[in-house]
Design a protein around this ligand. Structure first.
Ligand SMILES: Nc1ncnc2c1ncn2[C@@H]1O[C@H](COP(=O)(O)OP(=O)(O)O)[C@@H](O)[C@H]1O
Ligand SMILES: [Mg+2]
Length: 269
């Protein structure tokens, strides 16, 4: 658990206390063309309150399916989901979700895109807009409030989609490969930026990635999935000091973790 450094006025107003998220024995199959395809097989994982946990594994191993279960869009066939120790399997959904595609609405300005959550929840628009405005500088979007998504760079679109998820003010946030489509430089700078924002907001984060360095750089713990049906092949604690800067990726501790992770990925694939 970490202190929420940004609590109080300013951007910290969006701070929410994180919750512990636990997945126990989650199994899920789909019926595809009359066949049953098992996608998740007895998945166990846990994120402590305010922790940053990353999930990595081959395409199709069920990572997005697990996120759909965690945010209540789907139910597991077996197993449980717990928030702060309370079972919520059939009433999950208290989590913010940034899906794999950013899904910004092209006909809405950046500002009106990011306040979608509060707006749907019935909060006054003026209040939601004020709160969003305060966070625009932290999200590198100041001056673009009234622009439309089409004029944004890839990195800006992802930051806008992330701000939209943050403004749902949920105690945990699910990020599904948010940086997957970005070039390496943009991705590296967004990783450092994301850690800074996370440090201020205090939410629990679950983050799916395909990138081994990204998985380690961001995380308190990395879960490595096997190929479908997805099982947890390895849970790797990352005890690198924070705040982290790019320089750690060339250090020996980081390299040792990377080696373990790569070995687990090739063994589980
Ligand atoms: N609603 C669904 N109906 C049928 N099959 C699905 C559905 N959602 C996902 N799948 C299948 O489940 C598997 C895992 O998908 P997904 O969770 O998206 O994997 P990942 O995110 O790890 O790449 C894939 O084979 C996908 O086609
Ligand atoms: Mg996916």
């Amino acid at each position: 658990m970490r202190p929420v450094s940004g609590a109080g006025k300013g951007p910290g107003e969006a701070a929410v206390a994180g919750i512990a998220v636990e997945v126990q024995g989650v199994t899920k199959s789909f019926r595809v063309d009359g066949r049953i395809v098992k996608v998740l097989d007895g998945v166990d994982l846990a994120a402590g309150a305010g922790e940053f946990v990353t999930l990595i594994g081959p395409s199709g191993c069920g990572k997005s399916t697990l996120f759909n279960i965690l945010c209540g869009l789907m139910e597991p066939d077996e197993g449980k989901v717990l928030f702060d120790g309370q079972e919520v399997t059939h009433r999950a959904g208290r989590l913010a979700y940034m899906p794999q595609k950013d899904l910004l609405l092209p006909w809405r300005s950046v500002l009106d895109n990011v306040i979608l959550g509060p707006e749907i929840a019935g909060r006054p628009r003026a209040e939601a807009r004020r709160e969003a405005q305060e966070l625009m500088p932290l999200f590198g979007l100041a001056g673009f409030e009234h622009s439309y998504p089409a004029v944004l760079s890839g990195g800006m679109r992802q930051r806008a989609a992330f701000l939209r998820a943050v403004l749902q003010r949920r105690p945990a946030i699910l990020l599904d490969e948010p940086f997957g489509a970005l070039d390496a430089l943009t991705r590296a700078s967004l990783q450092e930026w994301l850690l800074e924002v996370w440090g201020r907001l205090g939410q629990t984060v679950l983050f799916v990635t395909h990138d081994v360095e990204e998985a380690i750089f961001l995380a308190d713990r990395v879960y490595v999935f096997t190929a479908r049906p997805g099982r947890i092949h390895l849970a790797l604690d990352v005890r690198l000091p924070r705040p982290r800067s790019r320089a750690i990726v060339t250090g020996p501790a980081f390299s040792a973790l990377k080696e373990k992770l790569l070995a687990a990925l090739s063994a589980g694939g």
